[in-house]
Design a protein around this ligand. Structure first.
Ligand SMILES: Cc1cc2nc3c(=O)[nH]c(=O)nc-3n(C[C@H](O)[C@H](O)[C@H](O)COP(=O)(O)OP(=O)(O)OC[C@H]3O[C@@H](n4cnc5c(N)ncnc54)[C@H](O)[C@@H]3O)c2cc1C
Ligand SMILES: Cc1cc2nc3c(=O)[nH]c(=O)nc-3n(C[C@H](O)[C@H](O)[C@H](O)COP(=O)(O)O)c2cc1C
Ligand code: SF4
Ligand code: SF4
Ligand code: FES
Length: 1020
């Protein structure tokens, strides 16, 4: 007796990941263990989550196994069938935490779908007609042949609200009615299985997994519209679907379900396959029919429509695979049932092919009206590798991109059209922050340009002209006027093209222009592609990602050649705080380092720290300073005031002074450095390092004026009057409220004031038990500092550890030092005793809720509460720009109260006043703030002199340009750390690299700059 069914996916995705070997191994293992009589293996079509393939589903318990290899099979059989427990290692894991998902019902990807079209895919063996029949297959054909007139079928299809799934969404019942009314004979029905758009594979999966469903739908259509012959037009690239269709057609003929006198009701229906060569335009119905006729696949003007003059001049009805596949279920279950799913305008379900930067690549069937966010996050699992969602392309090359702000759009033909995209056949290609939207437009346009049949000039010539413009922009040679030209061309091509290919080809361009115009402008104005995909616009991936655009391969090569003075000069010109950033930068540069493809990314942060530290320590920095000062530009006579001596203000002042301007830096604090001096703890960033670097910057010839506070002792109007330009870099110093009862209790501190006091050498009063609320760098710093003051410290964070914004290594170090961490807990109330002092923090457990605009799941507070005992609470939940001061400056502000600046020039509403750093972006990080300072210097200088002189400040070094073998350099050198027991007071936790380590990192660099620019030249 069969006690268990093992469904092994045999879809194309799982085939390519090796399901044949798994099937063979399973068959022999079951036989070997004499289980083959009680455990039956069934090879099915696609189950949906193709990326996890080969996948296996075991019934009756619905256990779902992923990424099974032939080698896993003995263990799987032993655990599941012999020991009777799931083989844990092969189960999928929950997105957050380590919990495994045992059954199909608990796996959101499968559980959240509504399967009608795909109801048999992944369930039956598509090569056995009996399995389809056992699932009510051909019952609908029997029902209409034995009891319904064509008119009744048409009425049923009309009432169901079914709309064509090939892209345009034309009501199927209406289309059938038009054709049924035509009296000319013979008539034909066609299934359009051309599916040519990149990223779409839902039609293929249906034909591979459940071919009879489509055939049954076509036979029903043939009866209803009076056609006795049908064709399935399928592309040659789908060999498995073709094979399964051939088997299905043969079996249907053998069983009397195709051919003569079906169900003995006098209706004949023949079905044939026609294989297309894979031209996208052949999916267009008139081109498709010409292709079947053996002619060149080119579209024809409509009218006449296929129902009037179709295949060989005879009335023809063409429907998409999915449209045909919906028919049997509608007939079996009734129009009312079908119409109960979906929305007012669009009934039923739609199959989407999820592709691109999404965790669960595969097929998802959902009712119309499901928000895009649910499809991408709840079912698709969101964007992998902690990256941010940028956009989703729906409808393939004829569709458009939809950005994050429209993720809550319910999916329907009309809603997507409103956004400038289309439903198309159901491809959804997700893009993350590493996608360049100009490149996306270029990719899809290149596709349309290649696939244009060439019959009509607007499409043939227009798409090529558009492509030329996009390529020019991607090369960094674009002009702003090109954007207007592009839009004009889009309109002409859209209006004047003969068929849908040309008419919709502009959609990706128009939508990227509409939603991501700033990226086009960035390519044109700044010659920069943030995603780093337009090769001409970057020196190397690391340079492109570093907010300071450091010439990383350049300094690595110079150090490799033992030219440390040159390396330092290169480093310090790109980044005037190399030792500071070398200790605290979040090193985004490493995220795209190509060496990670070999083993692990190059440790560039520690290497430029080494260069800085050694040069300051040895006195070499002074030598190099003289070289830099030789390039200092002659005095311009222009006066510039910089307010704020944090990283942003310091970097702006450094470059402006070197450009020959008279620069005065004002700060209300008694010394320079901003948060570097007054918040970041000394065990992480020793003050002597900050001092040395600031002294170096000062040597560029700038003046400091301390204890000068804007809004009090300094007035903006006067500064603007007395200077030629003002740069405001005030940072974020206003504390946010906790917003829970007890927020003002005695003993509740903010991390900034706590760290600030410590930085001033004071010893803040804290109790023996401290709770720190937050998960960023500030929370970790406050916790480690409190620990050093002798407290027992617990950090309370509302999301999971993986979602903490703090630098991951810093969190790890805090835990090593004995700091405790509670995650998934949100503060509810500060508990105080009779004397008003804190006795605890009441928190509620949180669970991951809905995905927000950034793609993170908002923590949802549960009723499960508990108390974290403590006598001091430090809130580290972030700071914002000082709102009162900002209001009084008389400058334009944004709706959330920050200063409004032009993103390209950093100019405020007063053209003499510029602003940047945390003050504009909100709390960010050191390198980003410095990048803003650098940009402000460039823009202010350009404005004051009318020249582009920035490049003149940089040294031009010659160095070796030989591409090194990837085997060089050995494994990555991580940052050095002293033992946790030695971490006391302000002892620096992480010593500088040794020379050997720094050099080894230089040897590990693959010199990506050689391929892209050839000579290491770069623009600052
Ligand atoms: C505890 C903590 C830890 C951090 N850790 C890291 C880290 O590890 N890595 C990282 O990259 N980033 C870190 N950051 C963030 C980083 O310090 C900031 O992003 C960066 O310092 C911002 O630079 P800024 O120049 O824009 O502002 P700030 O550094 O805030 O400098 C602003 C300056 O303006 C002055 N000022 C303000 N108002 C006035 C006024 N009215 N008149 C005159 N002067 C005024 C202030 O005194 C200050 O000197 C951390 C921040 C904190 C709070
Ligand atoms: C360039 C182009 C390519 C097309 N490709 C397909 C395709 O691959 N599959 C499809 O069903 N329809 C495709 N169509 C739409 C068909 O012309 C036709 O509208 C559709 O097959 C009708 O079926 P439906 O009513 O079931 O949607 C394409 C249209 C154009 C303009
Ligand atoms: S291999 Fe070298 S040049 Fe390439 S990204 Fe990494 S550090 Fe930069
Ligand atoms: S400043 Fe930061 S991002 Fe730039 S190279 Fe250094 S560590 Fe990397
Ligand atoms: S092909 Fe196996 S899950 Fe899609």
């Amino acid at each position: 007796m069969i006690r268990s069914h093992v469904l092994v996916c045999g879809g194309a995705g799982c085939l390519s990941s090796g399901c044949h070997a798994v099937q063979d191994a399973l068959a022999s293992e079951l036989k070997k263990r004499k289980l083959d009589k009680e455990v039956q293996m069934i090879v099915t079509g696609c189950m949906g989550p193709c990326d996890l393939g080969p996948v296996i589903l075991i019934h009756p318990d619905s256990t779902f196994y992923q990424r099974v290899t032939a080698l896993d099979v003995p263990e799987l059989v032993e655990e599941h069938f012999v020991k009777g427990r799931p083989c844990k290692r092969l189960l999928p894991r929950e997105e957050l935490g380590d919990n495994v998902i045992t059954t199909q019902r608990d796996f959101a990807f499968l559980a959240k779908q509504t399967k009608i079209i795909l109801e048999n895919c992944g369930v039956i063996d598509a090569e056995k007609i009996e399995e389809y029949v056992a699932r009510d297959g051909y019952a609908a054909l029997g029902k209409i042949l034995t009891g319904m007139t064509p008119e009744q079928v048409i009425a049923e299809i009309k009432a169901s609200g079914l709309r064509g799934r090939g892209g345009a969404g034309f009501p199927t019942g209406v289309k059938w009615e038009l054709m049924a009314k035509v009296s000319v004979k013979p008539k034909y029905v066609i299934c359009n299985a051309d599916e040519g758009d990149p990223g779409a594979f839902m039609n293929r999966a249906v034909l591979e997994g459940d071919p009879h469903r489509v055939m049954e739908g076509m036979a029903i259509g043939g009866y209803t519209m009076g056609a006795n012959r049908g064709f399935i037009y399928i592309r040659a690239e789908y060999p498995l679907a073709i094979k399964r269709l051939q088997i299905a057609i043969e079996q249907a003929y053998k069983n009397g379900l195709l051919g003569k006198n079906l169900f003995e009701k006098g209706f004949d229906f023949d079905l044939e396959l026609r294989i297309g060569a894979g031209a996208f335009v052949c999916g267009e119905e008139t081109a498709l029919m010409r292709s079947i006729e053996g002619r060149r696949g080119q579209p024809m003007p409509r009218p006449p429509f296929p129902a009037q003059r179709g295949l060989w001049g005879k009335p023809t009805n063409i429907n998409n695979v999915e449209t045909w596949a919906a028919i049997p279920t509608i007939i079996r279950k009734g129009a009312a049932w079908y119409a109960s799913l979906g929305t007012e305008k669009t009934k039923g379900t739609k199959v989407f092919a999820l592709a691109g930067k999404i965790k669960n690549t595969g097929l998802a069937e959902v009712p119309f009206g499901t928000p895009l966010r649910d499809i991408i996050y709840e079912i698709g699992g969101g964007v992998p590798n902690g990256k941010r969602f940028k956009a989703v392309q729906s409808g393939g090359p004829s569709g458009g991109v939809i950005p994050a702000q429209h993720l809550d759009t319910p999916v329907e033909y009309e809603t997507l059209q409103k956004l400038g995209s289309i439903m198309g056949s159901g491809g959804l290609v997700v893009m993350d922050e590493d996608s360049c939207m100009v490149d996306v437009a270029r990719f899809f346009l290149e596709f349309c340009c290649d696939e244009s049949c060439g019959k009509c000039p607007p499409c043939r010539v227009g798409t090529k002209q558009m492509l030329n413009l996009l390529e020019k922009i991607c090369r960094g040679e674009g002009e702003l006027a090109d954007l207007d030209k592009l839009e004009d061309l889009c309109n002409v091509v859209r209006e004047a093209s003969l068929c849908g290919l040309g008419q919709t080809a502009p959609n990706p361009v128009l939508t990227t222009l509409k939603y991501f115009r700033h990226e086009y402008e960035q390519h044109i104005r700044e010659h920069r592609c943030v995603a780093g995909l337009c090769g001409n616009l970057q020196l190397s991936p690391c340079e492109n990602t570093c907010p300071l655009n450091m010439n990383i391969p350049g300094f690595l090569q110079l150090l490799k050649e033992d030219r440390i003075d040159d390396a330092f000069e290169q480093v310090v010109m790109d980044n005037p705080l190399p030792s500071t950033t070398g200790r605290v930068c979040q090193h985004p540069c490493e995220l795209r380092c190509r060496r990670a493809g070999v083993d692990a990314s190059v440790n560039m942060r520690e290497t430029h720290r080494y260069i800085g530290d050694v040069m300051y320590e040895s006195g070499g920095a002074k030598r190099v300073l003289q070289r830099i000062l030789k390039r200092k530009q002659a005095a311009t006579g222009k006066k510039i005031a910089v307010v704020g001596a944090g990283p942003a203000g310091l970097s702006a002042a450094f470059y402006l002074a070197l450009l020959g301007h008279k620069v005065t830096v004002y700060d209300r604090a008694p010394n320079a450095g901003g948060l570097l001096r007054y918040a970041l703890p000394g065990y992480r960033l020793p003050k002597k390092i900050v001092d040395k670097e600031i002294a170096f910057i000062r040597s560029a010839g700038l003046q400091f004026k301390f204890k000068a506070e804007l809004g009090k002792t300094l007035q903006l109007d006067k500064l603007a009057k007395d200077n030629d330009a003002v740069f405001l870099a005030l940072g974020t110093w206003e504390e946010q409220a906790l917003g829970v009862p007890g927020d003002n209790a005695k003993g509740l501190l903010s991390s900034l004031s706590f760290l600030n006091e410590t930085a001033f050498g004071k010893k803040p009063i804290i109790g023996p038990k401290v709770a720190v609320i937050g998960g960023g760098n500030s929370a970790i710093d406050a916790a480690r500092t409190a620990k050093r003051l002798g407290a027992d410290v617990t950090i309370v964070y509302r999301r999971s550890r993986g979602e903490m914004p703090a630098i991951a290594d810093e969190t790890e170090q805090a835990l090593e030092e004995g700091v405790k961490l509670i995650t998934m807990a949100a503060p509810l109330r500060v508990i105080t005793g009779n004397n008003g002092r804190i006795t605890g923090l009441e928190v509620a457990k949180t669970v991951p809720g809905k995905y927000d605009a950034r793609g993170r799941r908002a923590p949802v507070v549960t009723k499960d509460t508990y108390v974290v005992p403590c006598d001091t609470i430090i809130k580290a939940i972030g700071e914002k720009p000082e709102s009162q001061l900002t209001k009084t400056l008389g400058l334009a502000t944004t709706s959330w109260g920050s200063l409004k600046v032009d993103p390209w020039t950093l100019q405020t509403s007063n053209p003499k006043v510029y602003a940047g750093g945390d003050y504009v972006t909100g709390a960010a990080n050191v390198a980003t703030a410095m990048g803003a300072g650098k940009k402000a210097a460039k823009m202010i200088d350009r404005q004051l002199t009318g020249l582009d002189r920035f490049e003149e400040l940089w040294p031009k070094f010659d160095y070796d340009h030989t591409i090194p073998p990837p085997s060089q350099g050995g494994p990555r050198n991580p940052a050095r750390l002293i033992a946790p027991a030695q971490r006391r007071g302000n002892v620096e936790v992480s010593p500088t690299f040794t020379e050997w380590q720094a050099k080894a990192e230089c040897f590990r660099c693959l010199r990506c700059d050689i391929k892209t620019s050839g000579n290491g030249a770069k623009s600052h």
